[in-house]
Design a binder for this molecule. Sequence first.
Ligand code: FAD
Length: 403
Amino acid sequence: MAVAASPIDKTDEQKAITDMVRQFADEQILPNAEHFDHEDEFPADIVEQMKELGLFGVTIPEEYGGMGLDLTTYAMIVEELSRGWISISGIVNTHFIGSYLLMKFGTDEQKQKFLPKMATGEIRAAFSLSEPELGSDVQAIKTSAKKTGDGDYEINGQKMWVTNGLMSGLVFVLVKTDPDAEPRHKGMTCFIAEKEPGVSENTGEHAGFTVPPKIKKLGYKGVESTELVFDGYRCPAENILGGEDEGLNKGFSQMMDALEVGRVNVAARGVGIAQRALELALRYSQERKTFGKPIAQHQAIQFKLADMATQVEAARMLTMRAAMLKDAGERSDLEAGMAKLFASEAGRFCVEESFRIHGGYGYSKEYEIERLYRDAPLLLIGEGTSEIQKMVIGKKLLQRHRI
Ligand SMILES: Cc1cc2nc3c(=O)[nH]c(=O)nc-3n(C[C@H](O)[C@H](O)[C@H](O)COP(=O)(O)OP(=O)(O)OC[C@H]3O[C@@H](n4cnc5c(N)ncnc54)[C@H](O)[C@@H]3O)c2cc1C
């Protein structure tokens, strides 16, 4: 069931592509999501179709085989994918961040080597900051790289919670390269670590890169979240993002820049799941009767629907505004933080309200809202928790309004 159109004007191109993705979500994602979720199975067929639709190259320039579209259009696409199932948007998300990093900081050789294969989805990218002992406190990273006699870097350490950790062919991984650097963030480098997709024990030129079995999770199933173990893994200096001369010890600021667009992306996922929860609530509340009338006729339920619809619209507008500012080349750090905070909380809120409207059936695996109820909390955590967003927003506000 489609809900009232957003007041955000889409260009003809944006309308065509988001209509196409919505149809894809309705026909291919929604009817199959329950199966893949219950089995915790990678949705390989859906991913193949996404490759054919070009969805792995949305923001990659046309010269590298992508569509060359902007962040705003990408956010609209992500909303539609996430409305279908947030795990599908998760498969694209880290890939999008990887391509952003390459497009903004990569050398010409790195762009030529990776972007064409990324645009088609032939290789997919993961993004790795978190470790077993840290997530919010990125500067505490312990995984390290040391230059060897033959000019390569040897990486040792353990990463945690890597989305697409197994199926990706490239991992943009932040590691410590100068343990004595003060402040600590000046001693970190982003490596483009290559590996064999789908292989847990890499051998040959990728030896020393192990992917342990996927982590069992509450929701966000189908897309794997893994640890990564680097034990003597050799990475050539040419795989330092931006090259050794420009990129060594610049990884922290590169990754933080990428997180800004990543936050818009998570915000769009919050809008998508909130939108779906609203659609389910609108339908169920008109079907289910209590006390002789559809529950939608009880004012308490109408108030819930009103609150949900208002949150969806507000979240969408904040998300689009942050994306549009970024596309216009303006500062959007504050706005991306606000969008991520608000939209992820709106996702959680709308899913919970829709769950309540479903009464006991919301607790049954027969109903889609049960999956959404397990999926929505992830958005409160990834790309910085709500507490961390508030810290970012507060800091940026004070920077912009210094007296
Ligand atoms: C399914 C899933 C997929 C993920 N995918 C990726 C991925 O692809 N790549 C990647 O690098 N990471 C990924 N993550 C990791 C995610 O980014 C971290 O979990 C997140 O940043 C929080 O870190 P943490 O879990 O270590 O929590 P902690 O940092 O230990 O925080 C614990 C709690 O303390 C709060 N807190 C922390 N510091 C402060 C503070 N200064 N003030 C107030 N409160 C504070 C937090 O908000 C939180 O409530 C993923 C996580 C999950 C669950």
